[in-house]
Design a protein around this ligand. Structure first.
Ligand code: F0G
Length: 435
């Protein structure tokens, strides 16, 4: 099977191992195009289902078993370059759970809501799906170092996979704006970490300008191999639903890489007869970082940029890089873009956390967006909806502890109780809990 990189804007093609990340003719973003697989439709579904037998934690043996267990590389015929198992940099990743939680469904007003928890990936976010492919590609092209700009999850994932691949990593993150868990991971996994005095948009501009000049391979979501890997999430959702697509898939949206990936995966799945219809996508932004939601309301008449501000630091992005692709995806899937307030994000997160599922603030935007759309009559209360949770509850312990601080009157707040070291004091607390 062969793969080429194709410019979204003008169709110029580059070879599979070309390290450039923008079209040399017009500067457009690149996507991967693969030869059609030898099998289609039900045969492809059977091939993917047969591989579920390999998705068990027996990968200690090495020698390509991680790649075979991966919930990303399982779908290689549709979305990935043809790479031998032994050349794949995999933990493995994917194979994340799809939860049903009555209390969250009730909170959102969507009786058939399911939660796809991609925070169960090895570094705690969906970024690992793209990073296994990006670091595999970095090794194939002989990159001397890899780099990214990040609000924290991409950097944590990059640091993890670069360590696994044995390639030095450089990350650009906005100083004092990265959640503690993500910064801790990035440092611990050994990436060289630059705390840039600026915001995410400044970091991305810097790294895009600098990477090629410095001979470093950039693995932000402008890298088509990242997006290819992230396509696996939708395919995994479809597989978990026995290839019976839901009515809606809701996801948090920042730089719009994942929205683009979801749409590309659905396009490929439909074209190859893996499914006969596709769900509508609901992309949800934080109200203080919602240029794409504004663009949607304006019929995408022009590209908007904002100075971003939100408690959901993962999606605190004012100038999304994948705007054009995401716009096409929203139009193709008859999708919707909306925004939700920080208060609604935090309340959704409290409901998800209290259900024993847990996620980081940005992730909860998907569920808050579903609630808004049900309230507005856009999503039917009995529609089959899958909401994507993108990051683990421990990514942002600061936001959690603040929410539940003593004296907090927020919905579902669970403030800790400080007690004297005496049984009497504890008995008083236990009495109150029992009441
Ligand atoms: N949710 C989480 C937890 C994220 O970390 C991100 C993006 C998104 C949603 C939005 O995805 O950018 O593809 O629209 N985080 C990036 C990062 C920007 O650097 O970790 P998107």
């Amino acid at each position: 099977m062969t793969t080429v990189q194709v410019c979204d804007a003008c169709g110029t093609t580059l070879g599979e191992l070309d390290p450039r990340l923008a079209c040399p003719s017009c500067g457009g973003l690149l996507s991967l195009r693969h030869d059609a697989p030898a099998v289609r439709g039900a045969d492809l579904r059977r091939l993917f289902d047969a591989r579920l037998d390999d998705a068990r934690p027996a990968y200690v043996a090495g020698g390509g078993t991680a790649a075979r267990a991966s919930g990303v590389w399982r779908f290689r015929e549709i979305v990935l370059p043809d790479v031998g198992d032994d050349a794949i940099v995999s933990q493995p990743e994917g194979n994340t759970p799809l939860f049903r939680r009555e209390s969250v469904a009730q909170w959102a007003g969507a009786s058939s809501l399911l939660l796809k928890h991609d925070g169960h990936n090895p570094s705690g976010s969906f970024k690992d799906r793209g990073m296994t492919v990006a670091l595999t590609q970095a090794r194939r092209i002989g990159a001397r170092a890899v780099a990214c700009a990040s609000t924290g999850n991409t950097s944590a994932s990059l640091a993890m996979y670069a360590s696994l691949a044995g390639i030095p990593a450089l990350v650009f993150v906005p100083a004092a704006q990265v959640a503690l868990g993500k910064l801790a991971q990035t440092l611990g996994y050994g990436a060289r970490t630059l705390l840039v005095r600026g915001d995410f948009d400044d970091c991305l501009r810097l790294v895009r300008d600098g990477a090629e000049r410095l001979g470093i391979y950039l693995v932000n979501s402008v890298n088509p191999f990242r997006i290819a890997g992230q396509q696996s999430c939708v395919l995994e959702i479809l597989q978990q639903l026995a290839w019976n697509p839901p009515d809606w898939i809701a996801l948090p949206a920042g730089n719009l890489g994942n929205t683009s990936a979801f749409g590309a995966a659905l396009r490929a799945a439909k074209a190859l007869g893996v499914v006969d219809r596709v769900p509508r996508l609901l992309a949800v932004q934080a109200a203080g970082a919602a240029p794409f939601a504004r663009g949607f309301r304006e019929g995408f008449a022009e590209r908007r940029r904002v100075k971003a501000e939100t408690v959901a630091t993962a999606i605190k992005i004012g100038d999304p890089a994948s705007w054009d692709r995401a716009r096409r995806v929203i139009e193709e899937t008859d999708g919707i873009v909306t925004d939700v307030s920080d208060a609604d994000i935090l309340e959704a997160k409290a409901a998800i956390d209290a259900a024993g599922v847990g996620c980081e603030p940005a992730s909860a935007a998907s569920v808050a967006g579903v609630r808004r759309m049900v309230a507005e009559g856009v999503i039917a209360p009995d529609a089959r909806v899958v909401a994507l949770l993108t990051g683990h509850v421990l990514k942002d312990p600061g936001a959690l502890v603040d929410y539940h601080a003593p004296g907090s009157t927020r919905p579902l707040a669970n403030a800790p109780v400080e007690v004297d070291a005496s049984l009497d004091a504890i008995a008083r607390v236990v009495d109150a809990v029992g009441r």
